[in-house]
Ligand binder design. Structure first.
Ligand SMILES: *[C@@H]1O[C@H](CO)[C@@H](O)[C@H](O)[C@H]1NC(C)=O
Ligand SMILES: [Zn+2]
Length: 182
């Protein structure tokens, strides 16, 4: 009986809460030009919006993922897209730097956080339910896979840097999500 429970627990630990994550190569993203490995599990999860165009289909979100990556690499001169993950209102997750690379999304937090950005501008509306569920499920996934501490702290970008990100409406929503702290 204990043995069965242990097997079930191990099974749930690896599968519970993981959304569909399109890898960089699956969405046709560019390889990073440099990379710093990140020690895990991290303490923080930082929520962003891209403040760009939103998308509700995989093809439209792929276009946006490429746009954001090109902007971060070509205009900002970064090694890769700044975020660890991007999320669309198609309910899918698009891999950015992933679980184990230091991002460029929140000064002072980059090396101890997973930065998750939703495509779109959420100043006066929320991301749809599919996108919100994908973000929540990605966080649970990171915890279950050991990349995020189970006692993690959830933050909005605006509480770590002078920015409006992730938009007034979405920010207000995440303040009631589990483990949120200013
Ligand atoms: C966090 O951001 C909210 C909204 O901008 C602001 O009202 C609050 O004072 C901030 N708190 C801290 C500690 O930065
Ligand atoms: Zn941000």
């Amino acid at each position: 009986m204990l043995r069965i429970l242990a097997v079930l627990a191990a099974f749930c630990a690896v599968t519970y809460g993981c959304p569909t994550i399109l890898t960089k190569s699956q969405w046709g993203g560019r390889a990073p030009t440099c990379r710093t490995a990140m020690a895990t599990p991290v303490t923080y999860v930082v929520i962003h919006h891209t403040e760009g165009t939103s998308c509700t289909s995989q093809s439209a979100c792929i276009t946006q993922a490429k746009n954001v990556q090109n902007y971060h690499m070509n205009s900002n001169g970064w090694c890769d897209v700044g975020y660890n993950f991007l999320v669309g209102e198609d309910g899918l997750v698009y891999e950015g730097r992933g679980w184990t690379s230091v991002g460029a999304h929140a000064p002072n937090y980059n090396s101890n956080s997973i930065g998750i950005s939703v495509f779109g501008s959420f100043i006066s509306r929320n991301p749809n339910t599919a996108a919100q569920n994908a973000v929540k499920s990605l966080i649970s996934c990171g915890v279950s896979r050991g990349y995020i501490k189970s006692a993690y702290i959830l933050k909005g970008h605006r509480n770590v840097t002078a920015t409006d990100c992730p938009g007034n409406t979405f920010y207000s929503t995440i303040t009631s999500w589990p483990r949120f702290q200013y």
